[in-house]
Design a protein around this ligand. Structure first.
Ligand code: PRP
Ligand code: GUN
Length: 231
């Protein structure tokens, strides 16, 4: 349940379960405490995937707090309207699902799949649509939800493509902005975190389709990338 005074909503997922809590309904009515957050981290620390991680750039708790704040801001900005959130597969799936739960307004969801990276860590620069929207967006308030903007090539392509379908408005919400790497200027309306020029994984972002399930944003050890055929 949304709690104005507390300012964020329990995700009621593994944080609650790791704390040994009872039913999901009770968990969701309680604010997240520091103890619960610590339990979630302990659980993440027990993952064998962590052996491959050199550094955590953005913790699970920071992500949760920022996503709630973005949800509040977007809900206020779109009050009285009903935006369609367009999640860009696959990286934005976790961000979109948390952001959606942080919204207090009506909103619908659609997905596009775009690829420019293949399985490596360097952009090929070639953007392809792998899956298009299920529904038209003419006259709709459209919010693109992306995990990361790096060179800017993907979001520029998406903005040009979606604008040609005549939405009422078109904005971008991105979790991570790797501004140093920009090749073309793009305007981002909502940004979670600005990050340095590092190849990051976790919270939906992959390396060779792995590590999307890490609950934080991290950097892999160089030998992991070497061993798995990257740069
Ligand atoms: O700003 P850019 O340099 O264009 O990079 C950003 C894009 O790269 C990633 O997609 P990726 O092709 O890795 O697909 P995925 O989301 O399915 O992992 C990410 O999800 C963005 O869409
Ligand atoms: N996983 C991942 N995908 C990206 N696409 C563009 N930059 C990145 C990055 O740092 N990590």
């Amino acid at each position: 349940m949304w709690r104005r005074g507390v300012g964020w909503r329990s995700r009621g997922g593994w944080a609650g379960r790791a704390a040994g809590g009872g039913s999901g309904i009770m968990e969701q009515d309680e604010p997240v405490t520091l103890d619960r957050a610590a339990h979630a981290s302990a659980r993440a620390l027990a993952s064998p995937l962590l052996d491959d991680v050199q550094e955590v750039l953005v913790s699970e708790q920071h992500i949760a707090r920022r996503v709630q704040a973005l949800g509040q801001q977007i809900s206020a900005d779109y009050r009285g309207r009903e935006p369609v959130l367009i999640g860009i597969l696959k990286g934005a799936v976790l961000f979109l699902s948390d952001l959606l739960r942080a919204l207090t307004i009506h909103a619908s969801v659609d997905f596009m799949a775009i690829s420019s990276y293949g399985t490596g860590t360097q952009s090929s620069g070639v953007v392809r649509i792998l899956k298009d929207l299920d529904h038209p967006i003419a006259g709709r308030d459209v919010l693109i939800v992306e995990d990361i903007v790096d060179t800017g090539l993907t979001i520029r392509y998406l903005l040009d493509n979606l604008r040609s379908r005549r939405p009422a408005s078109l904005r971008v919400c991105v979790l991570l902005d790797k501004r140093e790497r920009r090749q073309i200027p793009v305007e981002l309306d909502y940004v979670g975190f600005e990050i340095p020029d590092r190849f990051v994984v976790g919270y939906g972002l992959d390396y060779a389709e792995r590590y999307r399930n890490l609950p934080f944003i991290g950097v892999l050890r160089p030998e992991v990338i070497r061993d798995q055929g990257g740069r």
